[in-house]
Design a protein around this ligand. Structure first.
Ligand code: UDX
Length: 435
């Protein structure tokens, strides 16, 4: 199949590359000239495991191309995927202006002699956005142009995006057009995954319902972790004990500082706003958010309980990315934590395996903040070590050396990465979450 992707962010670039990898011919469109030039040279603008090699392989094979021209894209692909940002507005509702603009741009390139085009929305959008896209394209396209509209939400996780795309649990798409559904079936046939074919509204809703449920699982276990702390129980034992019930499942039951990233915080807010607008308030999700905020507050309380006054204390911080295996710091709890420590007068010395540069550029940290490109030097005479991101690397470092470097052997582990018994045996005062 010939496929066009509009927008080369995380979702667009990884989807386009994986479509090429399974044998489709793909062109990715982005209005950012510099980004397209970088991609044409076989380099990628983000850190995502396996992606750079796959982009290069498929560019070399001639199956993956890049352009700044929407016209070229619309002429090329029988299916045109929209993968542009849908950022939050100050009130939590979704800003759909990029989707609207791209819909008009596609419409301007359609013509009756081009043949049928299916416009597939891959960005996360409120239910019923497809109707708006369809109306907009119909209004702005030359009369007689043939097109249909579909929704195909994406469930990839940053850090494992390529594997998630090539081996999805399921593929979801929806349209009210039989022709669109048949094209999407053909596109996804090589992925050998269960396909959920549905109407367009249900498909759009599935994305917000799925992300909200996952965030709810995280907040649920975090709420349990607070109860564990009050009752001398261990949240990891509780998570294991409930997770093996297959109706619950063990994934997304890691207690910690809570969820961050470019999706969950935005999507939960959006779903609350969507439900409100539909006249069906979803208060459960407000509590999910509240618990998520409380996790960081309670963790800061624990730090203050031990260190009393943070002013002029040196804090070593491992982790800045919003999760492991990514350089992304958007809505990162680690960054929020660093901001709080700085605001209270601490000197923060931070290391992250991949997110140092993005944190410097986009983290918005200022004042007494220092960055290190290895994990040991920052520990020298620090009053405590704080772990804020779940990088596996942090579990296999030299802890006797860590202990020697710190002024006092105090570790706050916000991701439950280390073994409490082992840390105590090594002579650390070790504080984690719910255990
Ligand atoms: C998420 C969804 O998983 C994905 O399906 C959707 O397409 C986009 O949003 P992503 O944000 O990349 O993906 O990362 P994810 O692995 O889901 O983690 C999100 C946040 O939750 C991270 O901050 C992570 O640290 C936190 N988390 C995750 C927990 O605190 N506990 C867990 O058990 C799992």
């Amino acid at each position: 199949m010939k496929i066009t992707i509009i927008g080369t962010g995380y979702v667009g670039l990884t989807s386009g590359t994986c479509f090429a990898e399974v044998g489709h011919d793909v062109i990715c469109v982005d209005h950012d000239q510099a980004k397209i030039e970088t991609l044409l040279q076989g380099k990628i603008p983000i850190y995502e495991p396996k992606l750079a090699d796959l982009v290069k392989k498929n560019v070399d094979a001639g199956r993956l191309n890049f352009t700044t021209s929407t016209k070229q894209g619309v002429e090329f692909g029988e299916a045109i995927f929209i993968a542009v940002p849908t950022p939050p507005q100050p009130d939590g509702s979704v800003d759909l202006s990029f989707i609207e603009k791209v819909s008009r741009e596609i419409a301007a390139c359609l013509s009756p002699d081009l043949g049928h085009r299916v416009i597939v929305d891959k960005s996360t959008v409120p239910v019923k956005t497809g109707d708006k896209v369809e109306q907009t394209i119909a209004r702005y396209a030359t009369a007689g142009s043939e097109f249909s509209v579909a929704s195909n939400p994406e469930f990839l996780r940053e850090g494992s995006a390529v594997d998630d795309l090539l081996n999805p649990d399921r593929v979801v798409f929806g349209s009210n057009s039989a022709q669109a559904l048949s094209i999407l079936r053909e596109i996804y046939q090589p992925f050998n995954a269960p396909m959920i074919e549905t109407d367009i509204n249900s498909s759009e809703l599935i994305k917000h319902a799925a992300n909200s449920f996952l965030a709810l699982k995280i907040s649920y276990i975090n709420a349990i972790s607070a109860i564990c702390e009050k009752s001398d129980a261990n949240v990891e034992e509780v998570a294991k004990g409930i997770g093996l019930d297959h109706r619950i499942g063990s994934a997304f039951l890691n207690a910690g500082l809570g969820y961050g990233g470019s999706c969950f915080p935005k999507d939960i807010k959006a779903f609350i706003a969507i439900a409100e607008e539909l006249g069906q308030p979803f208060d459960l999700l407000k509590e999910v958010e509240r618990i998520n905020e409380r996790q960081l507050e309670q963790f800061l309380d624990k730090i203050k309980e031990k260190l009393w006054v943070l002013k002029d204390k040196k804090i070593a911080l491992w982790g800045l990315a919003f999760k492991s295996n990514t350089d992304d710091v958007r809505e990162s709890i680690a960054i929020k934590l660093a901001k709080e420590l700085l605001a209270q007068g601490a000197s923060v010395h931070a290391y992250d395996p991949k997110a140092l540069e993005t944190a410097k550029k986009f983290g918005g940290l200022s004042g007494d903040i220092h960055y290190y490109n290895e994990p040991y030097a920052l520990l020298e005479q620090a009053d405590a070590l704080v772990i804020a991101t779940e990088w596996q690397e942090f579990t296999s470092l030299d802890f006797p050396k860590v202990k020697q470097s710190l002024r006092t052997p105090l570790i706050f582990d916000g991701r439950n990465l280390l073994d409490p018994a082992m840390m105590n045996n090594l002579g650390f005062e070790y504080v984690s979450i719910g255990r």
